[in-house]
Design a protein around this ligand. Structure first.
Ligand code: RIB
Ligand code: CA
Length: 308
């Protein structure tokens, strides 16, 4: 499986990227601003690739959303530097000079119908790529998006809004309207598949340097999850990556038309699902509702160097 990952590392992004490298071939990481600023998400991606010992190219993308400035970042969860503020020395490797959106176009031309594109951050880079080449969806084998809150239980600044979509609603609208079909792993599915903290602790004990790195960078996020009374570590991007790597891991899904609200006073950035087919528009999203937890956990454990 060939993966191209658009990401805003970010702690759960890091876990997803560890999983990707453990279970597939990663053509590149295209970097978005989101959890923290682009310079930091890019530095985090370079550091992670160094820890993994891979030569995966890192392509910085857009530093800001398409139209409006973001309402907030997610440093309160991920730490000011996006990796738990543990102060790792920066990677020696440098990012590529090619823009993320151009890398998306080039790599899908070099590998037509072969790439699984996994988007686990705000969708700005993909939206720009689509404006440069509207034929992009025809070259992508499969698109998996972490984003949204399909019944309005969000995690961002407004009640029904999830971070990745709410950070750049216009970009999400461009993407949702351009791709005829994509898998959607939303925040609500994430909350149903939290990773038990005690189990995570066992993986840390039995894992290798990847486990030690993730344990260090996830301390701030794990504490923030506990402080919010969440049942385990909410690893949204890791769940989306598991769905990308093992589609058969999905045990229940609903295919519906999903759109993005861009103007609502209380709902800007909300993902609006046409559950009852009222709009008569094609169903563009396969909404993941349930996944095989044991398989998900085994993939995470393996990515940290321990047995499942
Ligand atoms: O809502 C969860 C998403 O927002 C994840 O991608 C996380 O990394 C943050 O970016
Ligand atoms: Ca992310």
């Amino acid at each position: 499986m060939l993966l191209l990952i658009d990401t805003d590392p970010g702690v759960d992004d890091a876990l997803a990227i560890l999983m990707a490298h453990a279970h597939a071939e990663v053509l590149g990481l295209t970097i978005a601003a989101g959890n923290v600023g682009l310079a930091q998400t890019t530095a985090n991606a370079l550091k992670l690739v160094e820890v993994i010992g891979a030569d995966t190219p890192v392509f910085p993308g857009c530093a800001a959303p398409l139209v409006h400035a973001p309402v907030a970042d997610a440093a309160f969860i991920h730490g000011r530097d996006g990796f738990g503020d543990v102060g790792w020395p920066p990677a020696t490797r440098k990012a590529e000079n090619e823009h993320a959106s151009l890398a998306m176009l080039r790599l899908t031309r070099e590998h037509p119908h072969a790439i699984t594109l996994v988007c686990i951050g705000p969708l700005t880079n993909l939206a720009v790529a689509l404006k440069l080449d509207p034929r992009l969806p025809q070259r992508v084998a499969r698109l998996v998006i972490m984003g949204g809150a399909v019944t309005g239980r969000g995690n961002y600044e407004s009640v029904p809004v999830e971070f990745n979509i709410g950070f750049d609603p216009e970009a999400a609208c461009v993407v949702f309207e351009a791709f005829p079909q994509f898998d959607l792993v939303d925040w609500e599915a994430t909350t149903r598949h939290g990773i038990d903290h005690a189990l995570l602790g066992q993986w840390f004990e039995r894992g290798d340097e990847r486990a030690r790195f993730f344990e260090a960078i996830s301390g701030h996020a794990r504490a923030a999850n506990l402080a919010r009374g969440r049942a385990g570590l909410m690893a949204a991007d890791a769940l989306a990556m598991a769905v990308a790597l093992q589609p058969e891991l999905v045990t229940r899904a609903e295919t519906r038309h999903v759109a993005v609200e861009m103007a609502g006073r209380l709902t800007r950035g909300a993902t609006v699902v046409d559950w009852n087919g009222m709009l008569g528009r094609p169903a563009n999203a396969r909404i993941v509702m349930e996944a095989d937890r044991a398989r998900f956990e085994a993939m995470v454990a393996a990515a940290l160097g321990g047995p499942g």
